[in-house]
Design a protein around this ligand. Structure first.
Ligand SMILES: [Mg+2]
Length: 391
């Protein structure tokens, strides 16, 4: 029997060059605070956590998390690792329940579930390596020849800059695009018009035969979104993402029921139960959990089954291999979000600097290598000079 010997966590603090923040590049939940100056700061994530689960034969599975990495590290080191060390990684369902139930008083969402996710992903990577199979082959196998991806960037900015970026993305072969809104409730009618101008400018470049989505990153509210939806209708968005804060399930449901623009969300939801609530209340037309927040691959597979039964497609938040493997293995996951490889800006793209082996999009699709066991990534030392690592 294989046993888990140890769990190693490291926080990677990016100290390398970053693209400086610019005004109105993306609304976010802190906008409602009414304070000037710090909104952009709260929308940057320049830390990452790696979680390595080692088996007694020396094989190492790699997981990761990007939410509150230093606190998540502490949760793993102090609470979760002792529950997992000594177990057989192939008892992953039992290990998951053990982590979940032993921390029921505080661990169900947020940092607790993020810590569980990182460990669970590492366990799946480990299992794949131990049986010499890619993870998607353990989950249901190949459901599509390759994974269509959507280009996810187009932060709000000057119109000519956004149009140039959209043109580049078109040339690179993408068939679907997601942009960000830069203005929200505090910017009034004038801000609404700025938002609309930017959707129009992107549509001008990509036309109406390609999918366009837009993300408010919880920076709007219910009233504002209700006023915006009719104005957005002519632009035929495939979805409007996270118009309100993650806890406002009834707000999502109300907006989705208006049936003007499909509403999406879930990247700030946690666990099987949390996603079940979103689905049961018809809160979202597209479910976008992130595997490294929602409870790892073990939870993601259960959520996928519930979503499929509700006929709600799952398009996980962010790129990254744990999400791609899940997407490949589920018919109900039609495509993946894809962050183009880019200089460090918001921090979304930091994983490209920590791992080697992430699938790269070609002509709007990506492929998973059948020959690479596990998730197919390794930790790289290529950019070590740009990180301060806490162990
Ligand atoms: Mg989003």
């Amino acid at each position: 029997m294989t046993k888990i010997k140890s769990i190693r966590t490291r926080v990677w603090n990016w100290t390398g060059p970053t693209v400086p923040p610019q005004g109105n590049f993306c609304t976010n939940a802190s906008d409602a605070l009414g304070m000037k100056g710090d909104a952009m700061e709260s929308f940057r994530f320049h830390q990452w956590l790696t979680c390595e689960v080692e088996a007694d034969d020396g094989t190492i599975g790699i997981g990761n998390a990007a939410l509150a990495p230093s606190v998540t590290k502490k949760a793993i080191d102090d609470w979760y690792a002792p529950l997992v060390v000594g177990e057989d990684p192939f008892d992953y369902a039992y290990i998951w329940e053990k982590m979940y139930r032993r921390t029921q008083a505080w661990g169900r969402k947020g940092v607790g579930m993020t810590a569980m996710s990182a460990i669970d992903i590492a366990i799946w990577d480990l299992m794949g390596k131990l049986v010499d199979k890619p993870v998607f082959k353990l989950l249901g196998g190949r459901t599509k020849e390759e994974i269509p991806v959507y280009y996810s960037k187009l932060y709000s900015g000057p119109i000519d800059v956004m149009q140039a970026e959209a043109e580049e993305a078109m040339k690179a072969g993408y068939q679907a695009f997601k942009m960000r809104f830069g203005w929200g409730p505090r910017d009034g009618m004038a801000g609404m018009r700025e938002n609309l101008k930017r959707i129009e400018c992107v549509r001008e470049v990509i036309g109406y035969d390609k999918d366009l989505m837009a993300d408010a990153y919880m920076g709007w509210n219910l009233d504002y979104t209700k006023r915006m939806l009719p104005k957005l209708a002519p632009f035929e968005l495939r979805w409007l993402e996270e118009p309100v804060i993650g806890d406002d399930t009834t707000g999502y449901a109300e907006l989705n029921a208006m049936n003007i623009v499909p509403i999406s969300g879930g990247e700030h939801e946690f666990s099987v139960m949390g996603c079940k609530n979103l689905l049961q209340t018809n809160a979202v037309s597209v479910l976008q959990y992130d595997t490294n927040r929602v409870g790892g691959i073990t939870a993601a597979q259960k959520i996928n089954a519930i979503a499929e039964a509700h006929q709600v497609p799952v398009i996980p938040h962010a790129g990254q291999m744990h999400n791609y493997h899940v997407t490949m293995a589920n018919t109900n996951c039609p495509m993946s979000e894809y962050f183009p490889v880019f200089d460090v800006e918001v921090g979304n793209e930091l994983f490209y600097y920590i791992f080697e082996g992430d699938a790269e999009a070609q002509d709007g699709f990506l492929q998973l290598d059948e020959e690479k066991p596990g998730l197919g990534i390794t930790i790289t030392d290529k950019y070590l000079e740009h990180f301060e690592i806490t162990e």
